[in-house]
Write a protein that binds this ligand. Structure first.
Ligand code: HEM
Length: 397
């Protein structure tokens, strides 16, 4: 393995000096083994390939379950079901109401809160049961991720399958998972507070919604990166200056996708997708008249639906421009293997689709199916940029 890393450096430095043609150097790189060094694979070195795959698939499975949680959470929000369960108990909360009395009791609790009093005062028990089941499904899915994550983690640790680095990494991701659940309840609580006026629409704080979505995306990224490290180890790449700047470009693209997704959560949290449903202009103007209507000015970026939607449009277009430019640079960089080209092609396709989905969501007044697809699209786009970044990550010396 040491020989492999040495070879890559030799070939790369020769590429830099122009000592041999790119094609010859690339052929040499292709013939090198995949990077299974102690640096790139973070499970214990004394376990066999099958066991390593079990750990990799466990992480990939939890990653898939996180996607499920984001989708169910999005649909729960879009069907306005998120405030139907007004308390939270880890164990007791798993038992749904069975008898009609139990349902009436649960419905009675909901009736004490602003969403019922202001918005849903004519809601029937049947309608309540629907929104309750949506929120229950989201919470139960979260608990299932907890079980699917922690039980195997302790088992693998007990069996000595995880090395020190992986123990720290899985411990941190586990902490993020618990934090995610607590943040979810903290978010719901903001929609149950009794400080809404009768003209308000009771909803959760957009700050807490963005934090909840952002931390889900972080957890997802961590799980995806870790599972890729085990299941799809990096292939050799030259260590040229061009690759170095491409790597920085891809990392910036990944960062911008993340920031745009966070700004989308602010749009969702303020229902800002229901103002200015025109494109490309906002009510016949490039700069809407109430763009900076709130005082102090900085508040507009977080609380003024017009500014929040405007920013999300700008960020969405900037993301698309950067995704396209990154794709172009990947194509122009010599010495990259086909998997990198595939990841970058998928990233480009998804970038365009995501913007088309965003515009369609806006023009059609945010129907649930389109808004939920747009939300999942952001996760898919993030996945392709994470994959690309993973393929290009620096190979430790
Ligand atoms: C790469 C670009 C984009 C990304 C990554 C992205 C991501 C997101 C995310 C994560 C949300 C939050 C969804 C939720 O929590 O339910 C969102 C919401 C939204 N986005 Fe985008 N978006 C992008 C581009 C655009 C564009 C260009 C437009 C329109 C011009 C747009 C319009 C919307 C609208 C209207 C919502 C609110 C939907 C709702 O209320 O559920 N997006 N976006």
């Amino acid at each position: 393995m040491m020989y492999g890393s040495w070879c890559i450096r030799r070939i790369a430095s020769s590429l830099r000096r122009g000592g041999q043609s790119t094609n010859v150097a690339f052929k040499q790189l292709k013939s090198l083994p995949i990077q299974h060094s102690r640096h790139s694979v973070t499970v214990a070195t004394n376990i066999n390939t099958g066991t390593r795959k079990v750990v990799g698939w466990w992480l990939a499975g939890c990653c898939g379950m996180t996607v499920g949680a984001v989708v169910i959470g999005g649909v729960t929000r879009l069907t306005e079901s998120g405030l139907s369960m007004v308390d939270w108990h880890l164990i007791k909360g798993m038992k749904p109401p069975h008898t009609e009395e139990e349902w009436m009791e649960e419905f009675g609790k909901y009736q004490q809160y602003p969403e019922f009093k202001i918005l849903n005062h004519d809601m029937t028990l049947k309608e309540f049961k629907f929104i309750w089941h949506m929120e229950y499904g989201h919470r139960m899915w979260g608990r299932m991720i907890g079980v699917a994550y922690f039980l195997p983690m302790f088992y693998f640790m007990g069996r000595g399958w995880l090395n020190k680095g992986m123990k720290i990494r899985t411990g941190l991701l586990g902490g993020l998972l618990v934090f995610q659940g607590l943040l979810g309840w903290y978010m719901v609580k903001s929609g149950l507070e009794d400080n809404f006026k009768s003209s308000d629409i009771p909803r959760v704080s957009q700050y807490r919604l963005a934090s909840h979505l952002g931390s889900a995306f972080l957890l997802y990224t961590g799980l995806l990166w870790s599972s890729l490290s085990i299941l799809l180890p990096q292939k050799p790449i030259p260590t040229t200056k061009a690759i170095g700047s491409l790597r920085r470009l891809v990392y910036s693209t990944k960062g911008l996708v993340f920031i745009t997704a966070l700004s989308g959560a602010f749009v969702a949290g303020l229902d800002a997708g229901l103002t200015y449903n025109t494109y490309p202009k906002m009510a016949d103007r490039w700069l809407p008249s109430d763009l900076l209507g709130f005082k102090p000015k900085w508040l507009n970026f977080f609380e003024n639906p017009t500014t929040v939607q405007f920013d999300h449009r700008l960020l969405g277009h900037a993301t698309l421009a950067l995704v396209t430019y990154t794709w172009y640079k990947v194509r122009k960089t010599p010495g990259l293997h086909p998997r990198i080209l595939l990841a970058s092609n998928l990233m480009l396709g998804m970038g365009w689709l995501q913007v088309i989905l965003g515009i369609s969501t806006l023009l059609t007044f945010v129907p649930t199916h389109l808004a939920a697809t747009h939300q999942s699209g952001s996760l898919t786009l993030l996945s392709f940029t994470v994959w690309l970044a993973h393929e290009l990550k620096r190979i430790p010396k």
